[in-house]
Write a protein that binds this ligand. Sequence first.
Ligand code: AMP
Ligand code: MG
Length: 491
Amino acid sequence: MSRKLEQLAFDNSFGRLPPAFYSRLMPTPFEYPPYLISFNRDVAELIGLDPEEVQRPEFLAYLTGEKPWPGSDPLAMLYAGHQFGHYVPQLGDGRAILLGEVRNVQGDKWDLQLKGCGITPYSRQGDGRAVLRSTIREYLCSEAMHGLGIPTTRALCIIGSEEEVYREEIESGAMLLRVAPSHVRFGSFEVFYYRGQHDQIRVLADYVIEQHYPELAAHPQKYVEWLRQIVSRTARLIAQWQTVGFAHGVMNTDNMSILGLTLDYGPYGFLEQFDPGFICNHSDHHGRYAFDQQPHVALWNLACLAQALTPLMSVDEAKGALAEYESTFITHYYDLMRQKLGLPELNEQAVSVVDALLELVREDSRDYTLTLRALAQFRSGREANNHLLRDHFIQRAKFDRWAHAYNTILLQYHSNDAERAQQMNACNPKYILRNYLAQIAIRKAQDEKDYSEIDRLLLALRNPFAEQPEFEPYAAEPPDWAKTISVSCSS
Ligand code: AMP
Ligand code: MG
C-alpha cells in the first residue's frame, strides 16, 4: 500500500529527544523555482509513498521547504568528528535537514533527510548548499551500492534549481532527498564525550538501541554488546567495500554510520586498474584514506567511538569489543573473495589462491572488476584451455602458475564449470559506477539540462550482476580521458 504525501506516517522520534541533540528549523527554499531532476520509484515504494505523488506541485513544495510538510518535524542534527585524524568539536548538519521519519506499512522507519537545503546553526563557513554534480554522484552511487548488496543510505530524488553556488567555479545548486533508517554517526557521540556531557551519551545510546538494536534493550551488558555489534557491522561493511573495490575518500568519524551503512558520498571512487594504494580524493595528499588503508581507518574510527562510549563501559570492555574487529574483517573479506572465485570452502588454499590472483592483477595493472567478472569463464580439468583468460594478462607464466593452483582446487571439489560460472556471476558485478560514467551524466545535466543519462545509469546499476545487452557500453574499460577526472572534497 502506498500513501499520499499528506498521509505518510511520520513518527519523528529523534525530535522527541532533548533539544541538546539538534536545532529545529525549516529548509531554506531556493530563490528560483525548483524542478525535478530524477526520481527513484523504488525508494518511493520503500518509504510507502505513492510514486505518482511526484506529479503533484506539493511534492516539490514540501520537499524544498516552500510549504511545511504535514507531519514533518524538520531539524538539523548535531555531531562532531575526527576529520583527517584531528578532532573538530562541532560539525553537525551544516547543509542537511532531517525532515522527519516515516514508517512504511511493513513497520520499517526511514529518515527523510534533505541535503543542500540552506544554512543551519552548524554551517560554519559553508553556504548550506550542494552542487548538482555532487548530488548526482551521491544519488547514483548510493543506488549502485544498494544494487551490489552493500548497506547504504538511499536516495529518493534530486531537485534542481537555477540557484548559483560558488565552488572552484559557479555551479548550479541542487537538493538530494536521502533516506536511511538513521543518520546517527560516530561523531554524534563524540561531541558529548569531549564536551564532558556524559549523561547525553547514555540518552543517545539508549535511543539508538531502542530504535535500531531493540533485541539488546534487555541485555544485562547492553552497551558493550551494542558496541560489539557496531564493530561487527563496520568490519563487514568495509570487507564488502574492499571486495568490490570501493574507496570512500573521506572516512572521517562524522561520516561513519552507527548502523554500519555507507554514508556521505563525496570524492569516492571504484578501483579500475587494480592499485591498492589508490587515492580517490585529490585533497587527501597523504593518502590517509587510500583504498588499502580503509580497513585500518575503520578500526581507528571505531576506537574513537569506543572512547566516546567509555562513560558507559569499562576501558577493558571497550577494548574487548574492538579486538573482534580484525578477525571479523579478515574472515568476512576472504569469505566474500572465495565466493567471487567460486570456491566452496574458506581454507588456507582458498586464501592463497585469492592473494596470488590479486598480486597478479596488481602487477599487471588489470581492471579489477572486469578481471574478476572474466574469471567465470575459467574452465577446469586437466586438459582445460584458458587461453582467452590467459591473454588478458601480461605475465603469462605467472598466470599459468596461478591457473594451475586454482585448477587443482577446483578439481578437488569436482567443480561443475557451468554452475560455478553462474555462482561467480552472481557475486562479481559487471557494472560498477566508474567515475567517467558519472561524469558523462553530470556533463549532460550541467551543459544540456539533459537528465536522461542519470536515469539510464540508475537502471543499469540496479542490476549490476545481470547481463544487460542494452547497457553493454557501461561495462567497458574507461576511456583515456577518464584519467583526467579529478574529484575532491568540494561538493
Ligand atoms: P562532509 O565533508 O560533506 O561530510 O561535511 C563535513 C561537514 O561540513 C559537515 O558538518 C557538513 O554539514 C559541513 N558542510 C559541508 N559542506 C557544507 C556547505 N556547503 N555548507 C555548510 N556546511 C557544509
Ligand atoms: Mg559528512
